[in-house]
Structures are given as structure tokens and as C-alpha cells.
Design a protein around this ligand. Structure first.
Ligand SMILES: Nc1ncnc2c1ncn2[C@@H]1O[C@H](COP(=O)(O)OP(=O)(O)OP(=O)(O)O)[C@@H](O)[C@H]1O
Ligand SMILES: [Mg+2]
Length: 494
């Protein structure tokens, strides 16, 4: 186990890391930081939620000369929310040294960004389009960049940002250090990386599977028309603390968020057609627990680090295995437990098998819960809530009522009535969800439709694991566990 204090960091940066609550470096951090400090170009691959941001953030911050007012570090990320999150993390790491960090992304007033750029930031974190925009307006000067990071590089390739990135790179000195990170590294990204990079070191945290072992992975075979009711029942059974539901299209996300709200869940949707302000509000409401279900397209699949996400539901199976890896990686972060449930239309089983081949991990089949299962889930949740109130013991004002009731009725009847009243019966309000056609049938098992050049891995397969159902009831909100404060210890999995 490597501690940060053994990594030859400056006292300022160590202090900042200490303030973040980190003591032990995660494996990707332990491997990346020394090589990064030595100035090497690095391709870093490690599972979701294992601290890649700090892995590239620390060497970048360490190299910043805060007496120099020019931009010395540039980080490119595929989505706006991720750019903001990464800038926040870099700000924390750089707080000891007082490094100035600025996020620039689309959808935010460009004049405001131009004013902020005049405040002489040392590090810029941005999305490709907006960075390019600033380059063209000559409001972003990159000639003193020493360290460049491409976070989620493979996604930027998928999204067709390659041309933008090449243009950005042509504005950055060739004498620079380049770091490239993701949980997935399909073949072509490596080929492209070689073009951008000098003799890169490949750091790959070895793991048996591509997904972290602390995420329990299930799939449910379900027909399109039954998906929504089954989703609602699953949530009633599992009572997730915070859940993300991924849908395939924007329409689907809107419809699901509406339908869930109709049924009484605190749910909102996020996708690329919303204004940036709306996207940020929804995300912040989710982070602060004002809503507990986030319905999203793949715009929220990459890199987002929201603590306390216990469940990820794939309402639609993703088209490619990489997307699956990142989606489910929104739970089970930094050693926490998580559960991922993927709906699969029987005609889409070949996609599921392809995901399994890529991740080298089998999903456990789960049976769709019935309405009665949902009811028992909610009853159990009511009991948990009751127990929470008993433990909390703020009951003084209620004791007289209790005594009076006990004088008149049988104790079992009283408690049963209480549980009944607290139980939120599964709702049957009719909702409308437009059927999406299932993914095209695959003839070729080795390549998915949008693989853009067939870089998907293939491998063993066959055979299904034993069935059985397993719903994993989780504690409800309110029993707030005492996890606050103190150091966070990273317990590595595998
Ligand atoms: N050394 C550490 N000790 C404890 N927690 C850590 C450590 N490093 C990072 N973390 C925490 O782990 C979580 C995940 O980190 P991060 O977002 O960097 O993961 P990632 O590897 O980039 O994941 P993804 O592939 O999804 O982008 C964050 O909440 C971060 O604060
Ligand atoms: Mg990340």
C-alpha cells in the first residue's frame, strides 16, 4: 500500500490531499504519480471509480509554477458536467499551492468565461468545442502548456471530437507531457494516442474483470411493454437510496422521468437537449438528495462521481460494451457497494452476451418481481422506517398516545396498523412510455453496430449461470449512517 506521503510530493500538495481525506493512494495513483512527476507520457487505464482524476491531477498540479501567470495545464473532457467536476477536483488538489483552475464549457456565457480567462488561470478544464471556440477567438493562449490530459479519451473519439482535438493539440507546444485516461481503452484509441504522445508508458491496473467487483450485476429479461412496471416494482423492492436510470433516447428519458413522477417517485431527467442551466440544476438536486432518481442518457455515463449512488438501472441495454462499463460504474465507487440491473429484450440477448465477453464478467439472471413482491418491499421499507424512528428516540410527545392505545388495543394490532399506514403501496397510475424498437439483430457476434471499425474485443462465452432471484433489500434513507468526517480509506477490490 502506497501512502501519499511516500510519493515525494510538495508539502502544499500533501496538505491539500490530506484535506481531501485521502491517505492511501489507489493503485492507479501509486503507479501514475511517480511516472507523471518524472515527465513521462502516460496511457492510464483503471476501473471506474478508482481515482484516475487524482492520478493525473497530482502530477499536473505539482508541475505548475504559480509565480508564472500563464496557462500551464490543460484537461479535455467529453461532457460539460465532467469538465466542471474535474475542475473542482483539480482546484482541491491545487489549493495548497494556490493554483488557479478554470472550467470552460459550452452552454455557459462566453463573455463571462473570457473575463474569467483574464484572471490568469494556471489550469483549464474544458470540453473540446468550447476550448476550440476560445482558441479561435484568441482568448485562450496555450503556448505555455506543459501538461495535457485527455480524460475519457475513447469517448471523445466516439463522439467525433477527434478533429477538434487535433486542432487543439496543434495549438499546444509539442514539448509537453500528455496523459490519457479512461476505464476503457479500445484499440483505435491506442493507435491515435501514439500519434499524440511521445513513447507513452501504458499503465494498466490489472483486474480480472473490466468492471469493479463491488458492483453486483444482474439482468432481467423483459418485453418492451412491461419494462416500466417492472422498473417501478424493482425500485419498490430494492428501495435504492440514490438511483440512476439510463435510457437510450432523449424522448425516453423525458417520458420515464414524467412517468416516475406520476407514480410518486422523486425523479428528474437529464440529457443533451436541456439548457445547460437545467442540466446543472437537475444534477445538483440529485447530488443533494432533493431527488433520488436521476434518469439519463449516456451524457451522464462518463466520469461523473456522485457519492451514494446505490443502484444503476439500464432501462435499455446499451449498444456497446464500453457504454455499459461506464454506466454501471456510476455506482460502486471508491470501494463502496453497488448494484446494476440491466433490462434486456429477449431479442437483444446477443448484446448482453457481448457485454459479458468484453467485461469478462457474467451477469446474474434476475426474475421480474411481481406486484406482491413490490408490496412486501414497501412493507419492509415501512418497518425499516419505523425502526429508524425507534432508534432515533424522539418520541416523548407521542408516549401518552402510545399508552392510551395500549390500554385499548392489542399491541400487535397497533403496530400492524402503523406499518400499514406507513407503507407506500405500489402505485398503479397508468403512464405512457413510447415503445422503442429493439436493437438490430446481430448476425456477427464479434462486432457491434456502432463499433466504428470493429475494435470491440471478443473472447470466450457460452453457458449461463444458475438462476434464482435476489433482490437485495437496502436500507432506506433516514437511518443515516455515521460516515461523516474523518479519513476515507480506499479499500481496493479484486
Ligand atoms: N486515494 C483515495 N482514497 C480515497 N478515495 C479516493 C482516493 N482517490 C480518489 N478517491 C475518491 O474516489 C472517487 C472516484 O474517483 P474518480 O472520479 O477520480 O474515479 P475515476 O477512476 O476517474 O472513475 P471514472 O472511470 O468513472 O471516471 C472520488 O469520489 C474520489 O474522491
Ligand atoms: Mg474519471
Amino acid at each position: 500500500m502506497t501512502k501519499f506521503k511516500d510519493l515525494n510530493l510538495s508539502a502544499e500538495t500533501l496538505r491539500a490531499i490530506d484535506k481531501m481525506g485521502f491517505e492511501e493512494a489507489t493503485p492507479i495513483q501509486a503507479d501514475t504519480i511517480p511516472l507523471g512527476l518524472a515527465g513521462k507520457d502516460i496511457i492510464g487505464q483503471a476501473q471506474t471509480g478508482t481515482g484516475k482524476t487524482t492520478a493525473f491531477g497530482v502530477p499536473m498540479v505539482e508541475k505548475i509554477d504559480t509565480k508564472n501567470d500563464s496557462i500551464q495545464g490543460l484537461i479535455i473532457a467529453p461532457t460539460r458536467e465532467l469538465a466542471i467536476q474535474v475542475s473542482e477536483e483539480l482546484y482541491k488538489i491545487g489549493s495548497g499551492k494556490r493554483a488557479r483552475v478554470l472550467a470552460v464549457y459550452g452552454g455557459q456565457d462566453i463573455q463571462r468565461q473570457i473575463r474569467a480567462l483574464k484572471q490568469r488561470p494556471h489550469i483549464i478544464v474544458g470540453t473540446p468545442g468550447r476550448i476550440l471556440d476560445h482558441i479561435n477567438r484568441r482568448t485562450l493562449k496555450l503556448e505555455n502548456i506543459q501538461t495535457l490530459v485527455l480524460d475519457e479519451a475513447d469517448e471523445m473519439l466516439n463522439m467525433g471530437f477527434i478533429q477538434d482535438i487535433e486542432t487543439i493539440l496543434s495549438n499546444v507546444p509539442t514539448e509537453r507531457q500528455t496523459l490519457l485516461f479512461s476505464a476503457t481503452m479500445p484499440g483505435p484509441i491506442r493507435a491515435i494516442a501514439e500519434r499524440f504522445m511521445k513513447d507513452p508508458e501504458m499503465i494498466r491496473i490489472k483486474a480480472k474483470e473490466m468492471t469493479v467487483s463491488n458492483i453486483d450485476q444482474y439482468f432481467v429479461k423483459v418485453q418492451q411493454r412491461d419494462k416500466f412496471d417492472i422498473l417501478a416494482r424493482l425500485m419498490d423492492v430494492q428501495t435504492p437510496e440514490l438511483a440512476i436510470i439510463f435510457g437510450r433516447t432523449k424522448r425516453r428519458v423525458d417520458e420515464l422521468a414524467n412517468a416516475l413522477s406520476l407514480r410518486g417517485y422523486q425523479a428528474e431527467g437529464i440529457h443533451g437537449d436541456l439548457t445547460q442551466a437545467k442540466r446543472l440544476t437537475v444534477l445538483n438536486r440529485f447530488k443533494s438528495g432533493k431527488i433520488d432518481v436521476l434518469v439519463a442518457t449516456d451524457v451522464a455515463a462518463r466520469g461523473l462521481d456522485i457519492s451514494g449512488v446505490t443502484h444503476v438501472y439500464n432501462y435499455d441495454i446499451p449498444q456497446d460494451p464500453e457504454s455499459y462499463v461506464h454506466r454501471i460504474g456510476r455506482t460502486g465507487r471508491a470501494g463502496k457497494e453497488g448494484m446494476a440491473i440491466t433490462f434486456v429484450d429477449p431479442r437483444e440477448m446477443s448484446y448482453l452476451r457481448e457485454v459479458e465477453r468484453t467485461t469478462k464478467k457474467r451477469m446474474t439472471p434476475m426474475e421480474a418481481p411481481t406486484w406482491d413482491d413490490a408490496l412486501s418491499g414497501q412493507q419492509q421499507a415501512a418497518v425499516t422506517e419505523l425502526e429508524g424512528a425507534i432508534t432515533k428516540n424522539e418520541l416523548t410527545e407521542y408516549r401518552t398516545f402510545a399508552k392510551n392505545l395500549l390500554d385499548q388495543y392489542n399491541p400487535e394490532d397497533i403496530v400492524a396498523a402503523a406499518v400499514k399506514l406507513i407503507t407506500k403501496e405500489p402505485d398503479r397510475t397508468p403512464v405512457h412510455i413510447t415503445n422503442e424498437s429493439s436493437l438490430p439483430q446481430k448476425r456477427d457476434n464479434f462486432r457491434s453496430k456502432n463499433s466504428g471499425g470493429g475494435y470491440r474485443k471478443s473472447g470466450g462465452g457460452g453457458g449461463r449461470q444458475g438462476g434464482g432471484r435476489s433482490y437485495g433489500n437496502r436500507d432506506r434513507k433516514g437511518s443515516s449512517g455515521g460516515s461523516g468526517g474523518g479519513r476515507r480509506k480506499y479499500s481496493s477490490n479484486s
